[in-house]
Design a protein around this ligand. Structure first.
Ligand SMILES: *[C@@H]1O[C@H](CO)[C@@H](O)[C@H](O)[C@H]1NC(C)=O
Ligand SMILES: *[C@@H]1O[C@H](CO)[C@@H](O)[C@H](O)[C@H]1NC(C)=O
Ligand SMILES: *[C@@H]1O[C@H](CO)[C@@H](O)[C@H](O)[C@H]1NC(C)=O
Ligand SMILES: *[C@@H]1O[C@H](CO)[C@@H](O)[C@H](O)[C@H]1NC(C)=O
Ligand SMILES: *[C@@H]1O[C@H](CO)[C@@H](O)[C@H](O)[C@H]1NC(C)=O
Ligand SMILES: *[C@@H]1O[C@H](CO)[C@@H](O)[C@H](O)[C@H]1NC(C)=O
Ligand SMILES: *[C@@H]1O[C@H](CO)[C@@H](O)[C@H](O)[C@H]1NC(C)=O
Length: 820
């Protein structure tokens, strides 16, 4: 059926013209020798002819190029396609400084070359080359790089071998095909076939401004949507995409074969072969193979499979958006997710195989990323809907990410690529039990190995070297520097973590974190801490997600180092570097152990916490309120440097300094600011309050919570304030501290602590002020009354808010903390 529609263009009296050219086989026009209607140029190898012709059923004459060896007149290029000559008086000539012009009998300009490179040629010539390319150049300069104009830069409907269909990215110049209006009319028709540069390049066939068909992106071997384009004995083809240019091109392998690609007037992109036996053009390949190649036939998230009836379906886990239309055969509305995305931790990716990759105009790409890095990049960005390899050669490389709807997907029986589509984890579970093409995010050990080599290698490189282990590619190490700065989210395989923690044995359990047990483990010779989410903890899942979202993007020497997480089936784990010295509360509140923390160490700890908090509040990429700063959440490394941990309750804060309100007040009694505990208002200043409490605890070695004193009923804050006002702050100091040499520093710390716990948040210092003041000698302003300095205050608060559920004031405060 296609062969009837082939674009062949018989000419009137072609035989006459051909006969005339035989005597004078010239391939060049010069200043003194133009060509007139009836004259022709013949390329030196005898492949192409340039001359005047007239399509069948047409009264117009055109200057064009056609095959010399093909008796069926077939124009491959037309100069004046939009402005025909009405008679045979036309003359094609070259003028100084190098412009080719076509004039009619009365000397009117019909057509001319127009090139920015029309330099000042002394002796310009126009030559028809044997590939069918007409070039304008200086007569003495045969270097094709120096031509000032060439017809290959202005294709019509035919892609000849050697014509770079695409873009010169340096000059922003594009070459694309435009169909003829009809087989008798070379004027620009309804269709174009061009390389689209949005997102990742692909060829688009357009009718006006509407996409009709898409080749799909180049995958290293062929276009993702042209199964028929494969290595063959007739032509070789390639795609170039670098900083200078991007185009598709081909060359014929056998000079005795005649073949061309043409965009016909009906919008079909075809490759034709001249058949010497039938003396006709035969169809070799049509880009659009069937109805499924109709652009976006099945709408967003739809998938076309020509083997099905109807061909349109939804991607797995999606349902028709308008079921009624769908039944009636209108699939254009596409499909919707059955389960909304949870974003981040709850999501996974489902693998679809043999896919024509979706429209890449809304994609992002990176040619050097591995599939694992690609998955992670997609995973970390909620708007990333799908990913795939860019290049399928050598096991796959490069990364393509899609944002927004997936359009124009089709499924092949045995062609196409793997596409990983983001799905809510529940969908993956559902489909997983019944289906085959399921993959929960990052299960394969290979991926885990990739992540390990990226992050863990960095950390344990030294140790590996010592132990002579070489199982990881050293190149992974060298590139991992950047990776680390990007604070990525490495994902570990469950089996690796299970192995590292001795299968989560009780011996390895080192404590109970906010949402589950914490295990110690050894991974590649280095110690890790693994926080495992309790499976029945619904609250914990939120905190887990929250912690991952926060910590994955943070990096500071005073924040605990996050190594990655493990998300597999219903397992959720966070992996940190292990802190051998446990947490601050383990020391400062214990009579014996507190001996190991002398004042310089404590001061270093105060400074470190201040810096870590400042980073969260001000210097990190996100603005973060920790909301649960306390001695138990400050871990100590082997040099007693503090590391803030536990981001399960942290909140990303928008709107600098403004307050946010939360319904659920969480935190630890003794560290919560009054406005937060009573009204649920949290701000950066709530963390400052907790920091102040912590400073006073570090100095005094006493807990604020359940602090008692024989002389009064104030808590630690009230006690410290009392002593301060009496000029007796030295009495606050932990008796295990030898303070004689550090009196000024200690008193300054107490003063700063009191400035941080003031009742009114406006009065409290910012963390940047704290950091400055800790290291300067400038005079400090006097502190005002601290918030929550008497236990009684809380009782009042509680009765006002009707939250009294117990008679003991201590328990009541706990109710307040956890019961809202
Ligand atoms: C132009 O071409 C003709 C024939 O090819 C040649 O005889 C003539 O010398 C050329 N003139 C110039 C100026 O190059
Ligand atoms: C040449 O073109 C002009 C403008 O289109 C037209 O007016 C004129 O009649 C044409 N002359 C010939 C001889 O075709
Ligand atoms: C090119 O094709 C011709 C005719 O089909 C054949 O005889 C010849 O061997 C081919 N040449 C090459 C190099 O394949
Ligand atoms: C081109 O578009 C016009 C207007 O839409 C239409 O009338 C004409 O038939 C189209 N031509 C072809 C070859 O499809
Ligand atoms: C094509 O056929 C013609 C005769 O019909 C013959 O002269 C010519 O050599 C053939 N060309 C090729 C490439 O086979
Ligand atoms: C692509 O990924 C590599 C490796 O992850 C990275 O180094 C490079 O900067 C990325 N390039 C772009 C343009 O994002
Ligand atoms: C996600 O990707 C989109 C598109 O590239 C980008 O505009 C957006 O900033 C990204 N979001 C994050 C959180 O990185």
């Amino acid at each position: 059926m296609e062969s009837r529609k082939l674009s062949v263009f018989p000419f009137i009296s072609l035989m006459v013209t051909t006969a005339m050219t035989l005597s004078a086989a010239v391939d060049t026009i010069n200043l003194t020798h133009p060509i007139r209607d009836g004259d022709t140029l013949v390329s030196s190898g005898g492949n192409f002819v340039l001359g005047f012709f007239q399509p069948q059923r047409s009264n117009c004459r055109y200057v064009g190029i056609w095959y010399k060896k093909v008796p069926l007149p077939t124009a491959v290029w037309v100069a004046n396609r939009a402005v025909p000559l009405v008679d045979s008086t036309g003359v094609l000539k070259i003028t100084k400084p190098g412009i080719l012009v076509l004039v009619n009998g009365s000397g009117h300009l019909i057509w001319s070359t127009n090139s920015p490179r029309s330099a000042s040629l002394q002796n310009p010539v126009a030559q028809l080359l044997d590939l069918g390319n007409l070039v304008v150049r200086e007569e003495s300069d045969e270097n094709l790089d120096n031509v000032v104009w060439q017809s290959f830069d202005y294709p019509c409907d035919t892609h000849l071998p050697g014509m770079k269909l695409g873009w010169d990215l340096v000059t922003n110049f594009e070459r694309y095909l435009t169909s003829w209006a009809s087989s008798d009319d070379p004027s620009p028709g309804n269709y174009t076939y061009a390389l689209d540069r949005h997102g990742y390049p692909q060829m688009l066939l357009m009718k006006g401004s509407t996409v009709q068909y898409r080749s799909g992106p180049w995958n290293g071997i062929t276009f993702s949507g042209i199964p028929g384009l494969k290595p063959n004995p007739i032509y070789k083809f390639w795609f170039v995409f670098n900083k200078r240019e991007t185009y598709y091109d081909y060359l014929l392998l056998n000079s005795s074969v005649i073949s061309r690609r043409v965009l016909n007037p009906y919008g079909q992109m075809q490759r034709l072969l001249w058949n010497n036996h039938t003396q006709g053009w035969t169809l070799y390949l049509t880009a659009q193979s069937d109805n499924c190649d109709t652009y976006a036939l099945c709408g967003a998230f739809g998938s076309c499979n020509i083997a099905n009836s109807p061909a349109c379906g939804c991607l797995k886990g999606f349902v028709p958006k308008s079921p009624k239309d769908w039944e009636l055969g209108d699939w254009s509305d596409g499909c919707l997710r059955r389960t909304q995305l949870d974003c981040k931790i709850g999501d996974g990716f489902m693998k679809h195989s043999n896919i024509k990759l979706p429209d890449t105009r809304y994609s992002w790409f990176n040619t050097s990323m591995t599939l694992g890095e690609c998955e992670r990049a997609c995973f970390l960005n909620c708007s990333c809907i799908a990913y795939s390899n860019l290049d399928v050669r050598r096991g796959g490389s490069g990364c393509l990410l899609w944002f927004g709807d997936l359009l124009d997907v089709r499924e092949y029986p045995d062609f196409g690529q793997d596409l990983y589509v983001r799905m809510a984890s529940s969908e993956i579970g559902k489909l997983g039990s019944g289906g085959k093409k399921t993959r929960i995010i990052v299960t394969p050990t290979i991926l885990a190995a990739v992540f390990l080599s990226i992050t863990v290698t960095l950390y344990f490189r030294k140790k590996w070297k010592k132990e002579g282990k070489t199982e990881f590619d050293p190149k992974g190490c060298s590139t991992s520097g950047n990776q680390k700065e990007e604070a990525d989210l490495p994902l570990f395989d469950f089996t690796i973590i299970a192995e590292a923690t001795n299968n989560f044995s009780d011996d390895n359990k080192v404590g109970e974190g906010g949402f589950g047990p914490v295990y110690r483990g050894v991974l590649n010779g280095s110690q890790i801490a693994v926080k495992r989410l309790s499976k029945d903890s619904a609250q914990g899942l939120d905190e887990f997600k929250n912690e991952v979202l926060c910590i994955a993007r943070l990096q500071h020497r005073n924040l605990v180092t996050f190594l990655g997480c493990c998300i597999q089936a219903d397992e959720r784990m966070l992996i940190y570097e292990y802190m051998p010295n446990k947490s601050l509360d383990y020391y400062i509140f214990d009579k014996t152990r507190s001996m190991s923390l002398d004042w310089p160490k404590r001061f270093n700890i105060i400074n470190g916490i201040a810096r870590g908090l400042l980073y969260l509040h001000q210097d990190s990429r996100l603005l973060i309120v920790h909301r649960d700063l306390k001695a138990g959440n400050v871990l100590l490394d082997h040099e007693w440097n503090p590391k803030i941990s536990d981001f399960g309750m942290a909140r990303i804060f928008d709107g600098k300094g403004c307050e946010a309100r939360t319904e659920r007040v969480v935190g630890t009694y003794g560290y919560m600011s009054p406005e937060y505990a009573t009204d649920g208002l949290f701000s950066l200043k709530s963390d400052v309050f907790s920091f102040g409490v912590l400073v006073l605890e570090i100095v005094s070695g006493r807990r604020n919570w359940r602090f008692s004193h024989p002389d009064h009923h104030h808590n630690l804050l009230g006690h410290a304030w009392r002593l301060y006002r009496e000029g007796e702050s030295l009495k606050l100091i932990d008796s295990s501290i030898d303070h004689s040499n550090y009196v000024d520093q200690i008193l300054r710390s107490v003063h700063l602590g009191l400035l941080c716990v003031q009742q009114s948040q406006e009065d409290r210092l910012s963390m940047s002020a704290v950091v400055v003041m800790l290291s300067s000698d400038n005079e400090l302003p006097p502190p005002k009354q601290p918030g929550f300095f008497i236990e009684r205050y809380l009782e009042e608060v509680n009765s006002v808010s009707n939250k009294v559920e117990s008679s003991s004031s201590n328990e009541m405060t706990i109710t307040l903390v956890t019961g809202r």
